[in-house]
Design a protein around this ligand. Structure first.
Ligand code: PLP
Length: 385
C-alpha cells in the first residue's frame, strides 16, 4: 500500500482486529498494568515508542494514530501532542538553550512567535527572523541550532523556496522544522523537500470537524529524538480521545481537501475581480507572487486565504462581517465550515509587511455550495459600497 488515499483509510486500525470492529478501540488509561514483573521491566527497557508504559506517553489509541501518520508522511515516527501550538513549542524549546541561535521565518503563526519572543528569549536563546532563503547564508552562525518555517505563513500567505532552505541547512548540518498545517500531508510532502521535523495542527484539517485540538510532529527517529525527550519530560502528549477523533477525521481527509480546494479556488477567483477588493493573498492564484513556488512544492491548495479590502470605514467593515450568513466569525480553520475573521497584520505578525490602508480579512472556505458562498460574500461586499 503506497498511495496516500489507501493509507488514510487503512492505517491505524490494527488494534480493531480483536473486537471485530472497523475502527480501533478508544483506550483510556492513566495506569498501564503488566502481567509479570518481567513484562514491567522490559517495557522500561524497550526501545519501542509504541509500547504502553504509562498513560502520559500514550495508549494504543495514540500509537495507532502515530504509526499511521508516520507512514502517511513517508517517514519513521510521529509524536501526538495536546494541540498544534504545543507541538510548535516543543520543537522550538527542544533546540533552545542559553546562547543557541534559532532562525525563524518572519510572519509565522502569532502564538508560535510568542513562544520564541517570551519563553525562548527568557532562557537567553538568540532569536532571529528571516524572509527568504537568500538571507540564510548571512544569518547562519556556528551556534544556529534550528531553522523554523511555516509555509505558507498564516494570514500573509507567503511562500518560501523550501528546497533552497533545506539545501543550505544540510550544508551547515542544521535541522529544519516546518509548520505544515496548511498543506496537510495530502497536499504537502514536507520530508521529500528535505524538512527534518514537520508539524501539523491536526486541530485543523486532519481532524477536520472543529471539535478537538491535537498536534502531530513527524520525522525520523533520529530527527525527533530531542523533541520526543522534551515532550516526555514536560508531559505534552495528546489524550486518547483526541487521538481517536483524529483517526476518524483522517479517513476522509482526501475527499475533504479536494472539495476545500475546489471551493477555495472558485471563491478566490470570484473575489479577485470584485471592485471592493484590492488584493487576494492566495498562492494558488496565478497572479500571486508565490504561485510558482506553490506549484513546485504543493500538490494542491487548502481553504484558508486572506483578502485585502479597498479602503473603507470601520462601520462598513463591521457591517461586512455582521451580514455574512454562511461564514461564521471565529478564529481557526480546517473544519467543514466556512469562517471569517479580521486579520490585523501588525497585531498578529512578526513584522508588518502588508499595506495597512486596506483592511484585511481571513477567510476559510468550507464544504458548502461554492456559488452560495460567493452569493453570501456578494451581499456583504455590497455593504462596503
Ligand atoms: C492553528 C494553528 C496552530 C495551532 O494549533 P492549535 O491546535 O490551535 O494549538 C499552529 N500553526 C498553525 C499554522 C495554525 O494554523
Amino acid at each position: 500500500m503506497t498511495h496516500i488515499n489507501s493509507k488514510l483509510v487503512h492505517l491505524g486500525r490494527n488494534s480493531a482486529r480483536q473486537s471485530l470492529a472497523v475502527n480501533p478501540p478508544l483506550v483510556r488509561a492513566s495506569t498501564t498494568v503488566f502481567p509479570t514483573l518481567a513484562a514491567f521491566k522490559s517495557s522500561y527497557q524497550g526501545v519501542s515508542f509504541e509500547t504502553p508504559r504509562y498513560g502520559r506517553s500514550g495508549t494504543s489509541t495514540a500509537f495507532e494514530l502515530q504509526t499511521a501518520m508516520a507512514s502517511i508522511c513517508n517517514t519513521q515516527s510521529c509524536i501526538a501532542t495536546s494541540c498544534g501550538l504545543s507541538a510548535c513549542a516543543a520543537v522550538l524549546s527542544a533546540y533552545a538553550e542559553p546562547g543557541s541561535h534559532l532562525l525563524i521565518q518572519k510572519e509565522v503563526y502569532g502564538p508560535t512567535r510568542a513562544v520564541a519572543e517570551n519563553e525562548l528569549r527568557r532562557i537567553k536563546a538568540d532569536i532571529e527572523y528571516f524572509d527568504s532563503a537568500d538571507e540564510l547564508p548571512h544569518l547562519i552562525k556556528p551556534q544556529t541550532s534550528l531553522i523554523f518555517l511555516e509555509v505558507p505563513t498564516s494570514l500573509s500567505m507567503k511562500m518560501l523556496d523550501i528546497r533552497a532552505v533545506t539545501t543550505i541547512a544540510q550544508k551547515h548540518k542544521i535541522p529544519v522544522a516546518c509548520d505544515s498545517t496548511w498543506g496537510t500531508p495530502y497536499f504537502f510532502d514536507a520530508h521529500d523537500l528535505g524538512i527534518n521535523i514537520s508539524i501539523h495542527a491536526a486541530t485543523k484539517y486532519i481532524n477536520g470537524h472543529s471539535d478537538i485540538l491535537l498536534g502531530l510532529i513527524t520525522g525520523t527517529y533520529e530527527d525527533l529524538a530531542k523533541t520526543r525527550h522534551w515532550c516526555e519530560r514536560f508531559g505534552s502528549h495528546a489524550a486518547p480521545d483526541a487521538c481517536w477523533m483524529t483517526l476518524r477525521g483522517l479517513r476522509t481527509l482526501s475527499v475533504r481537501m479536494e472539495r476545500h480546494q475546489e471551493n477555495a479556488l472558485h471563491v478566490a477567483s470570484y473575489l479577485q475581480v470584485q471592485p471592493q477588493i484590492k488584493n487576494v493573498l492566495f498562492p494558488a492564484l496565478a497572479s500571486d507572487p508565490g504561485h510558482q513556488l506553490w506549484q513546485q512544492q504543493f500538490s494542491g491548495a487548502a481553504g484558508p486565504f486572506s483578502i485585502e479590502l479597498q479602503p473603507c470605514s470601520e462601520s462598513a467593515y463591521e457591517k461586512f462581517f455582521d451580514s455574512l450568513n454562511l461564514f461564521a466569525l471565529g478564529t481557526s480553520w480546517g473544519g467543514f465550515e466556512s469562517l471569517v475573521m479580521p486579520a490585523i497584520a501588525h497585531h498578529l505578525r512578526s513584522k508588518q509587511t502588508l499595506a495597512d490602508e486596506g483592511r484585511m480579512v481571513r477567510l476559510h472556505i468550507g464544504l458548502e455550495d461554492k456559488d452560495e458562498l460567493c452569493a453570501d460574500l456578494h451581499q456583504a461586499l455590497a455593504l462596503l459600497g
